[in-house]
Write a protein that binds this ligand. Structure first.
Ligand code: 1GP
Length: 251
């Protein structure tokens, strides 16, 4: 296993850009052909990584095929985004090795991790130690992960979890409103977390316009994840604007 290759790449990208763009491909929603094309298109627009997974993507064979398929000719890393042990598949570059810290079910905090870890090693995936925090409620990530969603208007709670994650040695925090969320994580919450958390801060869920993206980056997000907008066939022109807003070069 090549240690920290993807993490170093992300950090070097961050030296050049204000924030990074990650695209989420849910292997249960998009077929291989569409996913491959999408991955190449967003790479051209400067995206820094492709996440593959999701909380309800449980078909491991299909996911493995999607990862293998999109990898061909792609330079940016493929990072697994597992919702369960079934999200650990070969051929990706790294995995958000996540603990759903605000789950009410210990399975999602440490047990799935223990069951999945041997395959992470076996498949040579670089583990990116991530605190996965579900914000709000009513989404698949919230329901399936048995999360006690952090209220959107309680940024200090998210900051306390992020600080705990840092003290536990996790280098990534993912503030997740949930795929297709009606409300995105607030810039206020991102700012409050950024104030205490020194690691790599990922924000996702319900981001579908340039203004929101800009405000989250300004608040201190290191990477924004976009899935549903593209999955639902959102306009490429609009997406290009969002991508530009996120990835402005550092002055
Ligand atoms: C979901 O944060 C990601 O896990 C992306 O969310 O699908 O709402 O863009 P969207």
């Amino acid at each position: 296993m090549v240690v920290n290759r993807v993490e170093s790449f992300l950090k070097s990208e961050l030296k050049r850009k204000n924030a990074l763009l990650f695209i989420l491909i849910d292997s249960e929603v998009s077929n291989l052909k569409a996913s491959s094309k999408l991955a190449k298109d967003v790479e051209k627009m400067g995206a820094s990584a492709i996440l593959v997974g999701g909380s309800s993507a449980t078909d491991q064979i299909e996911m493995a095929q999607v990862v293998k398929g999109i990898k061909k000719g792609l330079k940016i890393p493929i990072i697994l985004f597992p919702g369960n042990v079934t999200g650990v598949v070969p051929d990706a570059d790294a995995i958000l090795f996540s603990s759903l810290m605000n789950s009410e079910n210990p399975y999602f905090i440490t047990q799935a991790q223990a069951l999945g870890a041997p395959n992470v090693l076996k498949f040579g995936l670089e583990p990116l130690p991530t605190a996965y925090l579900v914000i709000g409620d009513g989404t698949s990530a919230w329901f399936i992960g048995s999360a006690r969603g952090i209220p959107f208007e309680k940024p200090k709670i998210a900051a306390a979890y992020s600080l705990a994650a840092q003290f536990l040695g996790m280098r990534f925090v993912y503030l997740e409103a949930g795929s297709g969320a009606k409300t995105n994580v607030t810039p206020e919450m991102v700012k409050t977390v950024r104030h205490v958390f020194n690691g790599f801060l990922i924000v996702g869920g319900g981001i579908k316009d340039e203004k929101t993206a800009e405000s989250l980056v300004k608040a201190g997000a290191d990477a924004l994840v976009i899935g549903t907008f593209l999955e639902k066939g959102g306009s490429i022109k609009k997406f290009e604007k969002i991508a530009k807003a996120i990835q402005r070069s550092k002055q």
